[in-house]
Write a protein that binds this ligand. Structure first.
Ligand SMILES: [Zn+2]
Length: 117
């Protein structure tokens, strides 16, 4: 294949992939905008995730382990809470995931297992 054609095709695929991601994000934003309780849970999860990252720098190993377990449990609880809240309004987290053609490489096209259209 001519290199320019190859690049053009590759770019088309990238755009298609990005559109799917944008679409999923837009759907999520729409649902979150009308359901602020979901946004609140996700904000809490983001704060917690940041704390987990910072905890890695904790000098004391025992504290670090205990904190890590505590925060992982909290994060799991929040994740379950989010699932429950989503179910209440008839959604699941999968609804916010981009609908990729290939689940393995998520349309990055670096897997050999699937033939692309
Ligand atoms: Zn693939």
């Amino acid at each position: 294949m001519n290199i320019d054609v190859y690049r053009k095709v590759q770019r088309e695929f990238d755009l298609k992939r990005q559109r799917k991601i944008d679409e999923a994000n837009r759907k999520k934003e729409e649902i979150y905008a009308s359901n602020p309780q979901l946004k609140k849970i996700e904000d809490e999860m983001n704060v917690l995730a940041l704390k987990i990252t910072k905890n890695i720098l904790n000098a004391d190993e025992i504290t670090r382990q205990v904190e890590s377990e505590n925060m992982s449990m909290k994060l799991k609880a929040l994740d379950e809470k989010l699932d429950i809240e989503l179910k209440k309004i008839g959604y699941s987290k999968d609804d916010f995931k981009p609908k990729f053609d290939c689940k393995i490489c998520e349309d990055r096209r670096n897997c050999k297992k699937r033939r692309y259209n």
